[in-house]
Structure formats: structure tokens, C-alpha cells
Design a protein around this ligand. Structure first.
Ligand SMILES: [Fe+2]
Length: 383
């Protein structure tokens, strides 16, 4: 294995989410760079595949922190492009083009000069860095983050357009929109964007008619092509069979953040018919999975979504009252936040009982803050 491949492998070992992020940013960056000049595609892919590897040098607790970061913590995060450059220099400086290193170094610069590490402006920013900045943000917008839903591809493209000339290079945004708004890149399909999308929809529809749900799921989870992914997703939503629900529930445990995000989005749209199966996961050991389930429930448009959340919180209350161990703070906070979204005024009592049990049991400032927010929301909800 050569050194650049070794670094890509290292990013996978560091963190499956970071690897998934690198992989998707590499796909977008490669496609955009090749529009400027086909020979640039492989270098853009390499730069994107390792751009955040310097995060290895930042303490994990900063990335996992709930609530706002301190200025000191931001300073550390802003060091990561320079740490990425140091790693590239040490491991494989003689094997990679300097444009790759400069692209990585400046991938958080902004078109208006307010970015970091150097505050470069407009065309002072190296081209690969301009491409990486747009691809990086696009993936962040379309990927799942705890406590907020991911944007659709169309919504994320609109955000890129809004940021052209302030955050992003206008020429890069234009290419992004041209390549991805119709779905399939003309270059990839070889048939023209819209034609490629139509073909994908027709083929997937045929699979749905033949009951080949697993095949559509395989396409959804394995393709790097955003249009094919969107076509598969739409068809599964239309089909809505129990098998579709089962597969999306399984996908909540995927190591890839964007797939977990898709599962959350899908389950919210699929309604409330599967709530019992989801409720079982609220009592599992996996805290991240619990949080995702609360995330799903927050967006289900049915009063029934509050039932499993109440049951979960009552069980936690009984446990606490009996002197048992508290569930992980962030899982409890996610449940509280979810009840604030889907609950009713009467649920304020449940939250008040939780506050009285937590008082005198150590430091729970984040949780207590979340409870207060949820209470306010429930009081304000007049529907
Ligand atoms: Fe970064």
C-alpha cells in the first residue's frame, strides 16, 4: 500500500463517520475538478480523501461536546487543516503534488476573506481549496447531525447558491448546481443528466414492481451517485411496505452517518405504523441508537409518537426514584427534547418530576436546560 492510500485507510480506522465524510467529499470534489480539467480529478480526490485527517490531533471531547464551544476550543478546532498538512508532509510529501497540500491547508477559507487559517480572499484561495470548501459544506448539510435533520440535496444546493460570493467561490457553486441539481452528472452517466435520472427511475420502478426491495436497498446504500440514491429513496417511500420499514430501522445502526440520516428521514415520512418496533430500541444498550430513535420520533407527524417517549421517561423516573443508575445524560436529553416536540401540555408534569429527582444528584446543567426548553415549548404549543 502506498502512503496516500495508507492515509485514507488511517482515516477509516480513526472514525467510520470521518471516512464516510471523506469518501463523499472526494466524490463531489473529483467530479467538480474534472470539469475544470480532467487531469485534476485524481489529485482533487486525494486532497478530499484526507482533508480532515488532522482532527486526529484534536481531543475527542471537543467534537463530542454538547452545547457551545469556548473560544479556546474553537482555536483548537481551527488548527485541524494545519495538522492535516503536517501529517501529509511527514508521511508522503514526496509522493503528492503541492496543490494537494495547499488545497488541504486552505479548505476552511471563505470567499469573503473571513475563513481560516490565513483569511485568504477570492481567487487568492487555491482552486482545490475552493472546491473542497463547497463539497465539504454540501456533505455536512446533507449528512445527519444529532439534534437537527439533514437537508435534501435540492435544499443543500440552494444553501450553496446563497453562500456564493460570501462563503463559496461562485464558479464552483455554478458547477456544483449544474452537475448535481438534475441528479446524475452528465459526465458519469454519459447520457446527459436528466436522461440518466429517468433511466435510474425506470429501472428502480421495475425492481419495485417485481418486489425486489432488497435490491433497491443495496443500490441506496452502496451507490456513490446522489441521483441514483435519491431515485432509490423515492421509490422506497412510494412502496412503504413493512420490509421497507424493517430495512430503514436496521439502517439506523449503519456506521455511515449519511445512511443513518436517510433512515431518520425515511422513518419520519413513513408515519407511525412502526412505533412499537422503534420503542424496543429505546431500551437497548446502544445510547447513540436511542438518540437517533428520539430524533426520528421528534419528526413523526402523529400524536402517537409521544407515547413511547413518555413510557421511556417514566421508566427512567422509576429507576431514578429507586436509586438506580441514570441513563446516559445525552440520551435523556434527547428524550426530553423529543417530548418537547411531540408531547402535550400535560407532559410538563412528567418533566417537573424529572427535575425534582435530578436535584441534589450532581451536576446536570445541560439536562436541566433542555428540560426548561421543552417545558417552555409545551406551554407555548396551543395546537
Ligand atoms: Fe475541515
Amino acid at each position: 500500500m502506498d502512503e496516500p492510500s495508507l492515509l485514507k485507510r488511517l482515516s477509516f480506522l480513526m472514525d467510520a463517520e470521518l471516512f464516510g465524510h471523506h469518501k463523499r467529499v472526494a466524490f463531489y470534489s473529483g467530479q467538480i475538478a474534472s470539469v475544470f480539467l480532467p487531469e485534476w480529478e485524481s489529485d482533487a480526490v486525494l486532497a478530499a480523501s484526507v482533508h480532515d485527517i488532522g482532527k486526529i490531533g484534536i481531543p475527542d471531547h471537543i467534537f463530542q461536546k454538547q452545547g457551545p464551544l469556548t473560544e479556546k476550543e474553537w482555536e483548537l478546532i481551527r488548527l485541524h487543516p494545519l495538522l492535516s498538512v503536517q501529517i501529509l508532509r511527514k508521511v508522503c510529501a514526496d509522493k503528492i503534488d503541492p496543490v494537494v497540500i495547499e488545497g488541504v491547508r486552505h479548505h476552511h477559507e471563505r470567499w469573503d476573506g473571513s475563513g481560516y487559517p490565513a483569511g485568504l480572499q477570492g481567487e487568492e484561495i487555491p482552486l482545490f481549496a475552493r472546491i473542497l470548501a463547497a463539497a465539504d459544506s454540501f456533505d455536512a448539510m446533507t449528512s445527519f447531525r444529532p439534534y437537527r435533520a439533514s437537508l435534501s440535496m435540492a435544499e443543500a444546493l440552494e444553501e450553496l447558491k446563497k453562500g456564493a460570493r460570501t462563503q463559496f467561490a461562485p464558479a464552483v457553486v455554478d458547477i456544483f448546481v449544474r452537475l448535481f441539481s438534475g441528479g446524475v452528472s452528465a459526465k458519469r452517466s454519459g447520457k446527459g443528466g436528466e436522461k440518466g435520472m429517468e433511466d435510474a427511475m425506470r429501472l428502480i420502478k421495475q425492481w419495485a414492481d417485481e418486489g425486489e426491495i432488497e435490491r433497491i436497498f443495496a443500490l441506496l446504500t452502496e451507490t456513490a451517485d446522489p441521483a441514483a440514491r435519491e431515485a432509490a429513496f423515492l421509490q422506497l417511500m412510494r412502496c412503504g411496505a413493512p420490509q421497507v420499514v424493517d430495512n430503514f430501522i436496521l439502517l439506523l445502526s449503519s456506521p455511515e452517518a449519511h445512511l443513518r440520516g436517510l433512515a431518520v428521514e425515511a422513518l419520519q415520512e413513513l408515519g407511525a405504523g412502526y412505533l412499537e418496533r422503534l420503542e424496543a430500541l429505546l431500551f437497548a444498550e446502544d445510547q447513540d441508537l436511542k438518540i437517533l430513535c428520539f430524533n426520528v420520533l421528534s419528526g413523526v407527524k402523529s400524536k402517537k409518537a409521544a407515547i413511547p417517549v413518555r413510557r421511556y421517561l417514566r421508566r427512567c423516573l422509576e429507576g431514578l426514584a429507586a436509586g438506580g443508575k441514570k441513563d446516559a445524560e445525552n440520551a435523556l436529553a434527547a428524550a426530553v427534547e423529543c417530548l418537547g416536540e411531540v408531547g402535550e401540555r400535560e407532559d410538563v408534569e412528567l418533566l417537573k418530576s424529572l427535575v425534582s429527582l435530578l436535584e441534589g444528584k450532581g451536576e446536570h446543567s445541560y439536562l436541566l436546560f433542555t428540560i426548561k426548553e421543552a417545558e417552555d415549548k409545551l406551554w407555548l404549543d396551543l395546537t
